[in-house]
Ligand binder design. Structure first.
Ligand code: SAM
Ligand code: SF4
Length: 337
């Protein structure tokens, strides 16, 4: 891979609302080996491979962000571990951990963690998020359409045993996994994992109406508070989650409530799609095509493009689960969840 860091313009990235951008999420592929019902339709159309950024281009853009003060990068998708040679990107970005990057992390469905965990740790990863919407085999298969829960839990425990701190992501879904949330928290406590619950968000068309599955996390919190000794943890990472500690355990519970609790005032993140488009908000269409800039102007064109992108970052998202159409047409898997 070629060397890249341009020496110029290493000032921090700031938007018009006084927020400093220090966190980049990258969708390394929109493809996935599962088809979670709330995420994508069964017959999801994926981008042609020719439309994707190369891994080299992803690294060049990511390194320009690091030079501009981004200290946390999350690789996501789609399923990041289905992209061939993703380990090469992990190794390259991992070299910046401790010298620019505070953290390189990943969100994965866990299907391939048994194979990949050791290499991820060797590359400098310390924490990952793994999606797991139920521990019940039948429910898990129904939600994911193809998933094998035993394979995912084996991957999670392999990751933990390889030295990764694991946070489980669980989307709360009415009539599907509401009763599985307390058992999931019990399991996380027993296995030394954290748990983050997420409200389903209106991103991209799927085969059903998300409003039918929407569970407000305010109600879930009331229920869990009666069952577990939850202690509010005031720590905010600049991210969307609010946290509780389960007293007497190492487990933290996070709640991401984009519908019932807006968190945009402290937003510190932007997202790079599989195609090289930078979106400044998950719920809006403001964007800058960094792939075009990189291919037409080279790495020196990126700084001006990043500054221009910052000016487009909206004050907040406007999610409405009852709206007739999703807030934006693109799926979370394209933008990088
Ligand atoms: N495939 C990986 C995984 O599932 O962890 C990474 C990509 S996935 C898009 C990232 C996260 O977004 C997952 O935790 C998933 O549950 C969540 N997600 C996907 N679509 C969502 C939606 N419409 N609303 C809320 N969360 C969603
Ligand atoms: Fe794939 Fe993740 Fe979307 Fe599920 S949530 S379909 S695992 S990208």
């Amino acid at each position: 891979m070629m060397a890249i860091l341009s020496p110029s313009l290493n000032r921090p990235l700031q938007d018009r609302h006084g927020r400093t951008i220090s966190y980049l999420r990258i969708s390394v592929t929109d493809r996935c080996d599962l088809r979670c019902r709330y995420c994508m339709s069964e017959k999801m159309t994926f981008l042609p491979r020719s439309a994707l950024l190369s891994l080299e281009e992803i690294a060049i853009i990511a390194e320009r962000f690091i030079a501009r003060g981004v200290n946390k990068i999350r690789l996501s998708g789609g399923e990041p571990l289905v992209r061939r040679d993703v380990g090469e990107l992990v190794r390259r970005l991992g070299r910046h951990v401790g010298t620019g990057l505070d953290e390189l992390t990943m969100t994965t469905n866990g299907n391939a963690l048994v194979e990949h965990s050791a290499a991820m740790v060797a590359a400098g990863m310390r924490r990952i998020n793994v999606s797991l919407d139920s521990l019940d085999a039948e429910t898990f298969r129904y939600i994911t359409r193809h998933g094998d829960v035993a394979r995912v839990t084996a991957g999670i425990l392999a990751a933990r045993d390889a030295g990764l701190s694991v946070k489980i992501n669980m989307v709360a879904l009415k009539g599907l996994n509401e009763d599985h949330i307390a058992p999931m928290l019990d399991w996380c406590i027993a296995e030394g994992l954290d748990l983050t619950l997420i409200e389903t968000m209106p991103l991209g068309q799927i085969d059903e109406d998300r409003a039918d599955r929407f569970v407000p996390l305010t109600a879930v919190l009331d229920d869990l508070s009666g069952k577990f000794p939850l202690v509010r943890d005031s720590h905010r990472s600049g991210g969307p989650a609010r946290y509780w500690r389960v007293d007497g355990t190492t487990t933290k519970l996070g709640l991401i409530s984009p519908l019932t609790g807006n968190f945009c005032d402290t937003c510190n993140r932007v997202r790079l799609t599989t195609e090289g488009v930078l979106y400044t908000c998950l719920g809006h269409d403001d964007k800058v095509d960094l792939k075009a800039v990189l291919r037409e102007q080279g790495v020196d064109g990126l700084d001006a493009a990043l500054d221009a992108a910052m000016l487009t970052k909206p004050a907040r998202h406007d999610f409405d689960i009852d709206a007739a159409a999703p807030a934006v047409a693109r799926h979370m898997s394209v933008t990088g969840g």
